[in-house]
Design a protein around this ligand. Structure first.
Ligand code: BES
Ligand code: MN
Ligand code: ZN
Length: 486
């Protein structure tokens, strides 16, 4: 989509010539300065009982008298905030996208001082509105006619709006990549496919990419990753991608994404209901690839390394069995009590591999536990951090991006359950506190650097009628990475 900004003021809206003019209004009253034709249309609709200045209310008026744009869309936001603005503009775009409107113009009324955040969220909302999964459903309704969005703002806000739109557009490109990777079925989005996506980014965005195959992974001694992959006929891949925007002397941010392109549970087979959704078990991989894309488009002065261990978790005669003891790259032995706790097994070796980059910080991202879905649902991702400053940075990034997370505890008492009589550690504890024990398992492999962990099991995709990848946590991660620019 083509995003632009144009300077305009509240009292000249009637003259804007778009296919749809979207007016997002905060507060409970129309501002005095609002263009008369627009205000009259709003007042008339309020009088008729068709519209209210209450969060969530929208109205589409065709050929409103005196308004040049063919469609006028009013969207009430309630109290002014980037979050309320995004919800309102998304609702308005929902009305517009189904119509034959190519060009939408958006203005925010009553949101003083929020220009940059609003511009970012507008770009994201617009990209979200027009995304349709088509790869294996060519019969899906034709893509929306909406192809151009102009954000109207004061002259004084032009710089902030431009910054916000650029960032929003880059994040939207990353979100789109993440959604597309997630939505593709497991027989399309294989480890090889993810590796190809990384290679495509190398070509289009000048990133360095290296794909390690089974042999290379064996040579590195990633016994834990190999053990998960051994039950599947689909070749594993370990993806290493580097964005270099700063001198080599600057320590990189390292992002690690869980890339299970299908998680059947292995010999500890999952129940059949909703097992299809385990094609989304590469949501962490999709999220870090999307972030890499967003960062590469924005070209900040920093270094970023993305690591993706990718394979399938399948039952077979060769598959890992409950009770097997495997040896991780770090040398720690692991008793596999449940082959369905496989994410931590592929991540622990990637976390050990991350040491070689002498990272400023490592954050791993994974659809790791059903327990996290129970704890936090689909609103906030679970977040763990080795120190308070990192936790604060991840929290702030999530709030700025409207892609929020919530800090979870790492008390060592929770680790009790990971004790094993046959290995240094077991791969599962008791059911209680399952997201926390999973994080504590990973923590054992992160002593060499500052470490954060996002459990995105509840946020990476939606179930039900709107089943599909969300593109989260590309927004959070992009903001987090950008905060490291010098
Ligand atoms: N990929 C799943 C976690 C998951 C489950 C994410 C449901 C989203 C929805 C992970 O590999 C897994 O199976 N975890 C187990 C761990 C358990 C065996 C300790 C789980 O959460 O049930
Ligand atoms: Mn599993
Ligand atoms: Zn899994």
């Amino acid at each position: 989509m083509d995003f632009r900004t144009q300077s305009a003021s509240l009292d000249t809206l009637a003259g804007i010539n778009a296919d749809a003019l979207i007016v997002v209004i905060a507060g409970e009253a129309l501002p005095a300065k609002l263009d008369k034709a627009v205000a009259d249309a709003a007042k008339d609709a309020i009088k008729l009982g068709d519209f209210e200045l209450k969060a969530g209310k929208t109205l589409l008026v065709q050929r409103a008298p005196g308004v040049k744009s063919a469609r006028l869309v009013l969207a009430a936001a309630g109290p002014a905030s980037p979050k309320s603005a995004k919800a309102a503009v998304a609702a308005a775009l929902g009305l517009v996208k189904a119509r034959n409107a190519a060009h939408a113009a958006v203005i925010y009324v009553g949101f003083d001082g929020l220009d940059e955040a609003l511009a970012e969220q507008t770009a994201l909302a617009a990209a979200d509105a027009v995304y349709t999964y088509r790869h294996t459903k060519p019969s899906a309704p034709a893509a929306s006619a909406l192809s151009k969005l102009t954000l109207l703002a004061d002259k004084a806000a032009a710089k902030a709006v431009k910054l916000g739109l650029d960032r929003g557009q880059a994040i939207a490109a990353g979100v789109e990549l993440a959604k597309e990777c997630g939505n593709r079925p497991g027989n399309y989005a294989t480890p090889t496919f993810l590796a190809e996506q990384a290679k495509a980014l190398a070509k289009s965005h000048g990133i360095k990419v290296e794909i390690l195959d089974r042999k290379a992974v064996e040579k590195l001694g990633m016994g834990s990753f190999l053990a998960v992959a051994q039950g599947s006929d689909e070749p594993l891949k370990f993806i290493v991608a580097k964005y270099e925007g700063a001198p080599k002397t600057q320590a990189p941010v390292v992002l690690v994404g869980k890339g299970l392109t299908f998680d059947s549970g292995g010999i500890s087979l999952k129940p059949g209901a909703e097992m299809d959704e385990m094609k989304f078990d590469m949501g962490g991989a999709a999220g870090v690839l999307g972030t890499l894309r967003a960062v590469a488009e924005l070209k900040p002065k920093l270094n970023l390394v993305v690591l993706i261990p990718s394979c399938e978790n399948m039952p077979s005669g060769k598959a890992l069995k409950p009770g097997d003891v495997i040896t991780s790259m770090a040398g720690q032995t692991i008793e596999v009590l449940n082959t369905d706790a496989e994410g931590r097994l592929i991540l622990c070796d990637a976390l050990t591999y991350a040491e070689r980059f002498k990272p400023a910080v490592v954050v791993d991202v994974a659809t790791l536990t059903g327990a996290c879905v129970i704890a936090l649902g689909g609103v906030r991702s679970g977040m763990y951090a080795s120190d308070d400053a990192l936790a604060a940075a991840l929290t702030a990034a999530g709030e700025q991006a409207l892609d929020p997370c919530w800090r979870m505890p790492l008390d060592e008492e929770y680790e009790e359950g990971l004790k094993s009589n046959f290995a240094d550690v077991a791969n599962v504890g008791s059911r209680a506190g399952g997201s926390i024990t999973a994080a504590l398992f990973l923590k054992r492999f992160t002593s060499k650097y500052r470490w954060g962990h996002l459990d995105i099991a509840g946020t990476a995709w939606k179930s039900g009628a709107a089943k599909g990848g969300t593109g989260r946590p590309v927004g959070l991660l992009t903001h987090f990475v950008l905060s490291h620019a010098k």
